[in-house]
Write a protein that binds this ligand. Structure first.
Ligand code: NAP
Length: 505
């Protein structure tokens, strides 16, 4: 229950306080929570970094970030001044024990001032190589021994593969209780993603058709027009499978495929998602040629601008074997989904930036209308658009007005912009509030992360051990490599996109 936060004084420590994530996402999110009166009366945000900044310098830098990235635009100076009094900077190295001793002192001082229970949140917005050091020091200084009131938030990537994810889980679970560990997948904080569960489980008409008897296949597509930009060094070690599929896309798939939970309790919801991952059919070496496709973008043009190929991007190996596109076909071996293919694709430098979940229903069992009227016939389709358009469209057949019988597909549309006046909160606002409140529903549990890695390991291993000879195999502003079309065309389907004229940002 989010409403209990008001009485919960909170110390929010951001390791990586001077980093890009804190600047663009975390602090703008905290600022908006403050404006919307979600923040507790007593709170302090302590940013850590080696930079030599005073509290005032830190506040000034963060203000620029909020000006640029807050959904509300430039700050209101009076509101900012009140908010920024709660911001502090600790100029100290993560590797030094003294850093944590000092944090301990600061936390104790706030506790003394505020009285009562104080939430202490450690947000690890730093490179993964620091996770262990920070966790060990927090534990050694006994900064998180109050299990009910101290939490540790871990940014993605959570591990580099199954083995490293297991090691990190083992290490964290050796020092903290699972209830204290918040593994972030920011996709889960998006309004439209949360709405998938509401749409499925708050509407009685969905459940009877949400299964293999009525659904032909499912598509989950997350395409980006952007290339790797300034993240070339990180991305070249990761690739599309690690960066997108292992977390965001599999989480979307779980939301579409999970059984109805009995309650909205965090563990109940997460159990149902893990069930999906456990039921997913494993890839065998002989499946890979027709179940998975990888791609890498070459140079090209996007909206009139010439853009470099992946291998020409800063920080990328000029002979890189890293995929910037991945398409996979999954099956879920359970009663609900037996035989229904789930096609998943993601890529950079694609023709359109759009995240869509499409449910393609089966055709009617018998056509009763004259042949001439069926020219534009299309099976029912439900399109849940996550971003940039935030909508749900149910495509149905309708009779076109006129004296003849012509049938064509039309959309029944729910779109956020047209329905609600209120601004949609950013994913990080939802997730930071949940962290402060102590609600883990939208966070990944350790076994969930491991199950997702386990599923993808055969593909990762195969792709890493074998150089792709045809990279780059798609040009900027395309829909990925041709073989990705073949992956789905073999089954008689094609990838769906939203027509540009329908996209409302
Ligand atoms: P970044 O801009 O490179 O920031 C790194 C931060 O680490 C800086 O604040 C830096 O502070 C601090 N740091 C590095 N070495 C340190 C040390 N020895 N002691 C103390 N502080 C140290 O990175 P980022 O983009 O914010 O990303 C942070 C994490 O979030 C990464 O795990 C990334 O994968 C994840 N993530 C980022 C985004 C995003 O949009 N940026 C999105 C999703 C996930 P000083 O330079 O002041 O020391």
């Amino acid at each position: 229950m989010k409403f209990t936060l008001k009485d919960k004084p909170t110390v929010f420590i951001i390791f990586g306080g001077t980093g890009d994530l804190a600047w663009r996402k975390l602090v703008p999110a905290l600022y908006n929570l403050y404006i919307d009166k979600w923040m507790p009366k007593e709170f302090a945000v302590i940013g850590n970094g080696r930079s030599k900044l005073s509290d005032d310098d830190f506040r000034e830098t963060l203000k620029e970030g909020v000006d640029q990235f807050s959904r509300r635009g430039k700050v209101d100076n009076e509101v900012w001044n009140n908010f920024s009094k709660h911001l502090y900077f600790q100029s100290a190295d993560i590797k030094n024990v003294s850093t944590y001793k000092d944090l301990g002192k600061r936390i104790r001082a706030f506790k003394k001032e505020w009285k009562g229970d104080v939430n202490v949140i450690f947000y690890l917005a730093v490179a993964p190589r620091f996770f262990t050091t920070i966790a060990e020091n927090i534990a050694a200084q006994k900064l998180a021994t109050d299990v009910a009131h101290s939490r540790i938030v871990i940014e993605k990537p959570f591990g580099h593969d199954l083995e490293s994810a297991r090691e990190l889980n083992k290490l964290l679970c050796g020092m903290f209780d699972e209830s204290q560990i918040y593994r972030i997948d920011h996709y889960l904080g998006k309004e439209t993603v949360q709405n998938i569960m509401t749409f499925r489980f708050a509407n009685a008409i969905m459940e009877p058709v949400w299964n293999r008897n009525y659904i032909d296949h499912v598509q989950i597509s997350v395409s980006e027009q952007l290339g790797v930009g300034g993240r070339g060094g990180y991305y070249d070690e990761a690739g599309a499978l690690r960066d997108m599929v292992q977390n965001h896309l599999l989480q979307l798939l779980c939301l579409v495929a999970m059984e109805p939970p009995v309650t909205f309790d965090a563990d109940e919801v997460r159990n149902r998602k893990v069930d999906v991952l456990h039921a997913m059919r494993r890839f065998h070496a002989e499946d890979l040629s027709h179940m998975v496709v990888r791609g890498q973008y070459g140079p090209g043009w996007i909206e009139g601008d010439e853009v470099p190929g992946y291998r020409q991007e800063d920080g990328v190996n000029p002979e890189s074997n890293t995929e910037t596109f991945a398409a996979l076909k999954f099956f879920i071996d359970n009663w609900r989904w037996q035989g229904v293919p789930f096609y998943v694709r993601t890529g950079k430098r694609m023709h359109q930036s759009a995240s869509l979940v499409t449910i393609q229903f089966k055709d009617v069992p018998h056509y009763v209308f004259p042949n001439a009227s069926n020219e534009n016939w299309q099976q029912n389709r439900l399109v849940m658009s996550i971003q940039p358009e935030m909508s749900i469209r149910l495509q149905v057949q309708a009779k076109r007005p006129g004296l003849d019988m012509t049938i064509n597909p039309v959309d029944m549309v729910f779109d956020y912009k047209g329905t609600y006046d209120t601004d949609t909160p950013e994913a990080y606002e939802t997730l930071l509030l949940d962290t402060m409140v102590g609600d883990q529903t939208l966070f990944m549990r350790g076994d969930q992360v491991e199950a997702a890695w386990e599923l993808l390991m055969p593909v990762l291993n195969a792709w890493e051990s074998k150089q792709s000879l045809n990279f780059p195999n798609y040009s900027a502003d395309s829909w990925g490599p041709e073989i990705a079309e073949a992956l789905i065309a073999r089954d008689g389907f094609h990838w769906f996109t939203l027509p540009v004229d329908k996209i409302k940002k």
